[in-house]
Design a protein around this ligand. Structure first.
Ligand code: HEC
Length: 117
């Protein structure tokens, strides 16, 4: 009887550690492009804006990061309309990751060369 009980305890420990490793893995494989997709409505697909809102793709990482942090701060740049409210929803490490993500994208779509014969 006593022995059965201790087997159950160690089974529980095993299940717990499986669950924990699942959580850790989910965080480390987090895909920043999903978060970045929420910027596309205004800043264009992959941060290439077709309109009046600035593009994000290919801008220097440090600039994107400092702009986001400025929006998030208590004193956003004058004239800010919406980014101050949006930026507050992201942690500093998410802002780091977003800045890195957009900085690495090419500012223009690659030109597809047509084959001429
Ligand atoms: C609802 C529309 C909207 C969404 C969604 C949005 N933005 Fe913006 N963004 C703006 C507008 C408008 C500005 C101009 C500043 C202002 O008026 O707030 C701006 C400005 C910026 C700037 C400064 C650009 C510059 O050169 O002045 C950065 C950086 C930026 N946004 C990053 C982001 C990121 C990263 C996301 C996604 C996490 C995002 N934005 C989502 C509308 C949006």
């Amino acid at each position: 009887m006593k022995r059965k009980y201790s087997v159950w305890i160690s089974m529980k420990g095993l299940i717990c550690s499986f669950m924990l490793s699942g959580v850790v893995q989910a965080q480390s494989t987090f895909d920043i492009s999903i978060l970045a997709g929420s910027c596309a409505n205004c800043h264009g697909t992959d941060g290439r804006s077709p309109g009046g809102i600035p593009s994000l793709a290919g801008r220097p990482e440090s600039v994107l990061k400092s702009q986001m942090l400025a929006f998030k701060s208590q004193t956003p740049p004058p004239g800010t309309t919406i980014m101050n409210r949006l930026a507050k929803g992201y942690s500093d490490s998410e802002i780091d990751a977003l800045a890195q993500y957009f900085a690495r994208l090419s500012p223009s779509l690659p030109v597809v060369q047509k084959e001429t014969r």
